[in-house]
Design a protein around this ligand. Structure first.
Ligand code: AR6
Length: 195
């Protein structure tokens, strides 16, 4: 009875894969707490901040991030820019702009892939070793996560197959449902690549 009532540590959901000698992790949690070289923000074209993960990153990182965003001013859909991470444990924030879902026939899949590729490219240019992604576009922008998730994983897989400074890529999912979606797709897409 005593042991039944004893407090248990909060379950941490993590899944790890080895891909082309690099590590890919799928984690349930809050991306603002992840200690990597860069965390990716799901931003808007005006880099104005907002709700969701964008709001969480600006709140936790402090005003230095918004000051840097104002200087840059704009980021087209499908691309990314890099700023300081302010007070966050990460060194940089990469602000990537995913597409707004309009039914799927307006180039959304290509633009989403491009947002991931642009982020990975920036990380590579800065010689970063680790990066963490949220699920870009699947919140306020309405991109169905079942469609977005394999696009995200394949973009990372293709990047890791080439020359890159990255040694570790973390997908951070806020909800248990999103974590399970990623876990299922990652097992199919990355499990086959594991060594
Ligand atoms: N850590 C990780 N993931 C999170 C966190 C967090 N702290 N908070 C939310 N998410 P969204 P979008 C997840 O709406 O769809 C903003 O206003 C969330 O559960 O943040 O690309 C921007 O300024 C969801 O799965 O981004 C833009 O205007 C995922 O992050 C617009 O929303 C993405 O949801 C961008 O919309």
């Amino acid at each position: 009875m005593g042991s039944f009532l004893a407090p248990t540590p909060r379950e941490v959901m993590v899944m790890e894969f080895e891909v082309h000698g690099k590590r890919v992790e799928v984690v349930q949690g809050d991306i603002t707490r992840v200690k990597v070289d860069a965390i990716v923000n799901a931003a808007n074209e005006g880099l104005r901040g907002g709700g969701g993960v964008d709001g969480a990153i600006h709140r936790a990182g402090g005003p230095a991030i918004m000051a840097a965003c104002r200087k840059i001013g704009h980021c087209p859909t499908g691309s990314a820019v890099i700023t300081t991470a302010g007070k966050l444990p990460a060194k940089y924030v990469i602000h990537a702009v995913g597409p707004i879902w309009r039914g799927g026939n307006s180039g959304e899949p290509e633009l989403l892939r491009s947002a991931y590729e642009a982020s990975l490219q920036l990380a590579q240019e800065y010689g970063l070793k680790s990066i963490a992604f949220p699920s870009i576009s699947t919140g306020a922008y309405g991109f169905p996560i079942e469609k977005a998730c394999p696009i995200a994983i394949k973009a990372v897989l293709d990047h890791l197959a080439g020359e890159t400074s990255l040694e570790r890529v973390v997908f951070v999912l806020f909800t248990r449902d999103d974590y399970e979606t990623y876990m299922n797709h990652a097992t199919k897409l990355l499990g086959e690549q594991s060594s």
